[in-house]
Design a protein around this ligand. Structure first.
Ligand SMILES: [Zn+2]
Length: 323
């Protein structure tokens, strides 16, 4: 572990919830799974959020991920502060690419403050930064945001689609209980060429619609949950060249570690589950998903990182600089 172990400057948020589904969570990180033989990626994670009794910072998490065959992650922002952090860290850290956006559940608050368009304009600026390869997470969420917040969500989603198209970036969709409207918006406004349903939550019928449009489905740890037969059925029908995998860490930890802090080093647990469900070899699936991931986001080592050769953690980052 580095001397910065647990250094709070290496994360900028702390997960609040101590309980999940009315039960007290186990706040210890799960053990390292056996390493993948063929490396893979985590295409959606939030390393800015610390979790657990003894939080791991982004660098510890990336080191642990490297040790089990995870080559890189897409670090995803959801508001201005976390999008700036994502862009900044990806520019310094070779194992990280960034996605930037105003999350659909954040858009109504920006709108109420009269700052949504200014925030979207800054996302447009961040989109031009090196190693920012996706706009996300953006989309619609009718579960956590009520009727009154929908105009802001729709306005923000359409603006984010335009930004992804303008910069020829991939897009990561957050869709919670809004499948029909998300699909309608994508078809009407014009989906970016590389469109990813992050933490896909639909069923086999929706997976077929996504496949017909060339969209990608990213599966998270909840595909292992007992009640998630819709996700397993979607996995069965989607062409293999449209499958991605993610943690959405620190959330959605796969079985048998459900409820404990999640981290990119747990990708092998979800990937092995998916391979077993498909009746295929985990190395074959890892190779396919790796190739899909690089087609969507590009190569992790295509661009030099910002401070040319110097260790990205030589100087601790003052989060207030980024705010
Ligand atoms: Zn997320």
């Amino acid at each position: 572990m580095s001397e910065h172990a647990g250094d709070p400057s290496n994360y900028i948020r702390k997960r609040e919830s101590r309980a999940e589904h009315g039960q007290t969570r186990d706040l210890s990180y799960p053990p390292l799974p056996p390493s993948l033989v063929v490396p893979c990626y985590d295409n959606h994670t939030h390393l800015e959020i610390a979790d657990g009794n003894d939080p791991l910072d982004y660098l510890q998490q990336l080191d642990m991920a490297s040790s089990v065959g995870i080559r890189g992650v897409v670090q995803v922002g959801g508001d201005l502060e976390t999008s700036r952090w994502s862009a900044e860290m990806a520019a310094r850290e070779p194992r990280m690419l960034a996605a930037v956006a105003i999350h659909p559940n954040e858009a109504p608050a920006y709108a109420a403050a009269g700052t949504l368009d200014a925030a979207i304009a800054e996302i447009d600026e961040l989109a031009a930064r090196p190693r920012v390869r996706a706009i996300g997470e953006t989309g619609l969420d009718y579960f956590r945001t009520g009727e009154e917040g929908r105009p802001a969500q729709h306005h923000s989603f359409e603006a984010h689609i335009a930004i992804a198209n303008k910069h020829d970036l991939a897009m990561q969709i957050h869709d919670r209980e809004a499948h029909d409207d998300v699909i309608e918006t994508l078809l009407r406004v014009g989906a970016p060429e590389r469109t990813v349903f992050h933490c896909f939550s639909g069923d086999a019928a929706m997976a077929r619609i996504c496949a017909d449009n060339g969209w990608y489905l990213s599966f998270a740890g909840n595909i292992t949950f007992k009640n998630a037969s819709n996700l397993r059925e979607a996995l069965e029908v989607i062409p293999r060249d449209r499958i991605l995998v993610e943690t959405d860490a620190p959330f959605l930890t796969p079985l048998p570690h459900r409820g404990r802090p999640n981290s990119p080093y747990l990708i092998p647990v979800t990937l092995r589950f998916m391979a077993e469900h498909l009746g295929t070899d985990v190395a074959m699936l890892a190779a396919q998903v790796s190739s899909n991931t690089e087609l969507v986001y590009g190569s992790w080592d295509a661009e030099p990182v910002a401070n040319g050769g110097a260790s990205p953690w030589d100087e601790a980052i003052d989060p207030s600089e980024l705010a």
